[in-house]
Ligand binder design. Structure first.
Ligand code: ADP
Length: 360
């Protein structure tokens, strides 16, 4: 899962999976399509693909799920296996370091099994090419030996369903993308759906959560169930320490304030990016790597973790000349957008502190 530096630093808004998430995520995962909340179109379409396969008694088409981290791609892969009544094998692009790794996974599948490859865009080139044949003909050519004496030994594979997940669909080569019978793009969740997810998780964790507190958590979860579940746990902890286990709207607000998650779900890194864009680069356009250096992050983190949400909320635009702040960026930082005749500094602008530029 691509959480980038924010994931590694353990921020409460990390989109990637933190060590503490793995256990709780597993416990909170819906196990059937009917239990899976939101993403109606993906659910309907996938439901049809699965029902058709089960009805015909054949192996289901390969499925590609794309979208930002934490939206439920792994969960859906498990649901696919569950609905088909077959086992699932889980691996990821980075875990497969060469084609031989993939060959040993493929040759040990049982008939009908679902193979889930997370971050499939990160498969090594040779493994990716091996997958073309495996997906199309359920066959692999295992190369034995090296140099001119190397020979390809064809091996039959059991029929299987590949479920690939990617946060970067654009990085997937055309020939690989074309071999998936069904492709679904998962988008950020609507607040109502997130609210239902938070309430469901609260019930499973034994937390009595009033609906106003659930929607407060939902609104600050950046459209992402993984973040919603994590914020819920922080709110529950806060309630245990400060309120004898009681969790109300005030508890939720205080906990989220403590973790510096603002009312739109932006954290310190998001705000640092906005402040740099507005304060250091006059609102842009500015290139991704310049912006990343200004906030001391990797360009990939800014691109995959910070930007998608800022773009979605309309605060940042990606243009061919670089990133540009929109009027709502200024408003969110308490500033007057440029071009506004009443271009006065507000109190919050005085307080605006720019991120420290990196040395050198
Ligand atoms: P991804 O693979 O896209 O990074 P996951 O499938 O690991 O995301 O989802 C993260 C967590 O969010 C899951 O453990 C699950 O508890 C929760 N979750 C994701 N989607 C849903 C959903 N539609 N309904 C309920 N919970 C969800």
């Amino acid at each position: 899962m691509n959480g980038g530096a924010r994931g590694e630093s353990g921020s409460v808004l990390a989109t990637g999976e933190l060590p503490e998430d793995a256990r709780v995520d597993a416990a909170l995962r819906p196990t059937t399509l009917a239990e899976f909340i939101g993403q109606q179109r993906v659910r309907d379409q996938l439901g049809l693909v699965l029902r058709a396969a089960v009805g015909d008694g054949r192996v289901a088409d390969h499925v590609l799920l794309s979208g930002p981290p934490g939206l439920g791609k792994t969960t859906l892969a498990m649901i696919v296996a569950g609905e088909l009544g077959v086992p699932i094998r889980i691996t990821s692009g980075p875990a497969i370091t060469h084609a031989g790794d993939l060959a040993s996974v493929l040759t040990s599948l049982v008939p009908g099994e679902v193979l889930f490859v997370d971050e499939i865009h990160r498969l090594p080139r040779q493994a990716e090419e091996m997958l073309y044949l495996a997906m199309e003909d359920y066959r692999v050519d295992v190369i034995v030996g090296k140099g001119p004496g190397a020979t390809a030994i064809p091996l039959e594979l059991p029929a299987f369903t590949l479920v690939g997940a990617t946060t970067r669909a654009g990085l997937l080569p055309g020939p690989l993308r074309d071999r998936f019978g069904f492709t679904a793009h998962m988008d950020f969740y609507e607040p109502d759906d997130l609210c239902r997810i938070v309430s469901r998780s609260a019930g499973m964790l034994g937390v009595a959560l009033p609906s106003d507190a659930a929607s407060e958590i939902a609104l600050r979860s950046r459209g992402t169930p993984r973040i919603a579940n994590r914020l819920l746990r922080r709110v529950r902890d806060f309630g245990q320490v400060h309120g004898n286990g009681e969790v109300g709207l005030d508890t939720a607000r205080s906990a989220l304030e403590l973790y510096e998650v603002d009312d739109l779900g932006l954290d310190r890194l998001d705000r640092a990016v906005l402040k740099a864009l507005v304060g250091m680069f006059g609102g842009g356009p500015v290139g991704l790597s310049t912006l990343a250096v200004a906030v001391g992050e990797e360009p990939e983190t800014v691109e995959t973790v910070v930007e998608p949400f800022l773009v979605r909320t309309g605060m940042v635009m990606r243009t061919s000349r670089g990133r540009v702040a929109t009027a709502s960026s200024y408003t969110h930082l308490g500033l007057t957008p440029p071009g506004n005749p009443k271009d006065e500094r507000t109190d919050r602008q005085e307080q605006l502190r720019l991120p420290e530029p990196l040395n050198g």
